[in-house]
Design a protein around this ligand. Sequence first.
Ligand SMILES: [Mg+2]
Length: 352
Amino acid sequence: MRKIIHCDADCFYASVEMRDDPSLRDRPIAVGGSSDRRGVISTCNYEARKFGVHSAMPSSTAKRLCPDLIILPGRMEVYKDVSQHMRHIFYDYTELVEPLSLDEAFLDVSDSSLHHGSATLIAKEIRQRVKNELGITISAGIAPNKFLAKVASDWNKPDGQFVIPPSDVQAFVTKLPVKKIYGVGKAMAAKLAEINIFTCEDIQKFSVFELSQRFGVMGSRLYNLSRGIDDREVTVGRRRKSLSVENTFTHDLQDIDRCLNELPLLAQQLVTRLRRVEDDYKVVKLFVKIKFNDFTSTTIERSKSSVSLVDLQELCKEAYARKNMPVRLLGVGVSFIDLREDQAFFQLDLFN
Ligand SMILES: [Mg+2]
């Protein structure tokens, strides 16, 4: 049985704007394209939602509904930073983090022993940390699978969380409207309504055969999801997560000073290689790897957002001190978060 947490920031871009300019807090604001250039609202705060403003709405419509609406152009760099920091927090709880966008991710905490394995308490702590460290709020859904976790994160929004324990799954899905199922859009909902399907309970009355005949591949998904069954794993991006350069020396480096002497060249090579990819990746950690002449190796890493020689020197000294013996191989590297998908999502979201 899996334990999945879906984390989702509350009106993300707007929250960041309110955080950085508290005078916006009680006013209706949105982030998006300007209304005189046929822009679209990307995110708006709850104040604006009271007027019926919502994301994906043309900014001109939003202005008509709410003449006092303040539409901000958006600051992608800042959102990316906040997103990165948020993800960093997630990684403190599990390696299995699947980002869905800048402000949303699935976490599989099935194997976590933190808080005695309580996903509810883990989610609580994550939300508290995001609030303290980033000054914005997020909501969380906790459930045995991705589908239900995502539905649950919406249940007590904003700044809330909702748990669907395995024993409650059946009861929970019974009343769930079909439009809450991922992949069921307006068109699909209309087709379902034609045969009197409005809730998951209604779907359950049909056999998988009937559903597949009517809806193809989606049919069997409907069959399973309506029963709260979703076997999709939390998939970690398969793209590169780190970049490093290393050198195996023909003659062992006999002491720490010789090691430190080698660092500037390695750092330079690292920076050069990093330059080629840095638009796609955001550096989150710096590490130094040492292989001693007894063939054991050790790696020390530290949270950093860029490469600096001073940091590398410190890490190197620390790593060397672990064994204090001649060094055969010295490596330096960075770990990062892949921003490419985020960026694609962001642009689609904000400028489409
Ligand atoms: Mg969100």
